[in-house]
Ligand binder design. Structure first.
Ligand SMILES: [Fe+2]
Length: 283
């Protein structure tokens, strides 16, 4: 696969697209694609251009069965091991930043650019990758870096002093959790990238709320019916999106395993960078 991912034509294709029309704000639907099919499609230049232009048109892609159930369940188990191994804390993304986790409740949510109620664990490759997240995830992330017009292994070895770093965020929106409407920076990566680690269904991890995109002004599009655990979603970063309150609970239950699990992949500006760009809140 590396042979195809080493091609760089998407860079020029993106330049043309972005020069000729403005960034998408609203989503224009969902396209489902099997992970095994995606790996074949990216060998075809025309298919790659089609995916790129559709994302720039506002389409959300859900890559089905991108990760095994076992991989996803192990991540959740490891999350609990990790949060019990150390207290909730916060660290800026400066050189040698450790892996850490933080309960982002009403009290600390105001410190972030987007209002969120969630429990997040953050992992960086330079800390030894105790839970073996990076190899498995990078294999998929590389495809999205390629589609996004970057080198397929761009940023993989970076540390904060380089200005941009890859970060894996494993998080749980507890019952009562949510994320405000926002859009993400597009300068380091073109897409928001989500690994979905639970499913909304009756009697399941959660029964209401979840991921939405804006399909028009003031009109939310519910993406959850298309999502299963193990899927990988991506869309152009400026398409407005958020997470509606999980299970409509007034107060968050931070200890339960139920709720909405999610793994976010982002190449962030580090805190070593002057004028770092973060997400833009719209609520
Ligand atoms: Fe986002």
């Amino acid at each position: 696969m590396i042979e195809f991912l080493s091609k760089t034509f998407p860079i020029d294709y993106w330049k043309d697209l972005e020069k000729n029309s403005s960034n998408p704000i609203y989503s224009t639907g969902v396209e489902l694609i099997e992970y095994t099919d995606l790996k074949e499609l990216i060998k075809d230049e025309n298919e790659v251009k089609k995916i790129i232009s559709e994302t720039y048109d506002g389409k959300i892609f859900i890559v089905k069965k991108a990760f095994s159930k076992k991989f996803i369940e192990t991540i959740k188990d490891n999350f609990f091991e990790f949060i019990e191994s150390q207290p909730s804390s916060f660290h800026k993304m400066t050189e040698s930043c450790p892996d850490f986790h933080r309960v982002i409740d009403e009290k600390v949510s105001g410190n972030y650019s987007i209002k969120a109620l969630k429990h997040s664990a953050y992992f960086f490759h330079w800390n030894g990758d105790k839970y073996k997240l990076f190899d498995e995830i990078n294999e998929r992330w590389r495809i999205l870096k390629f589609l996004g017009g970057k080198k397929f292994d761009e940023y993989e070895k970076n540390t904060p002093k380089d200005g941009v770093v890859d970060r894996i965020q494993v998080l749980k929106y507890p019952p009562g959790g949510s994320l405000g409407t926002h859009y993400d920076p597009r300068h380091n990566q073109k897409f928001f990238i989500s690994i979905y680690a639970s499913k909304r269904e009756e009697g399941g991890d959660y029964e209401s709320g979840g991921f939405f995109t804006m399909s028009e002004e003031n009109k939310k599009f519910d993406v959850e019916p298309y999502i299963e655990s193990g899927d990988l979603g991506f869309g152009y970063a400026t398409v407005r999106h958020g997470v509606d309150k999980i299970d409509n609970k007034k107060n968050c239950d931070w200890s339960t395993k139920s709720g909405r699990w999610f793994i976010g992949l982002y190449s962030n500006d580090s805190d070593e960078k002057i004028n770092r760009i973060t997400a833009t809140n719209l609520d």
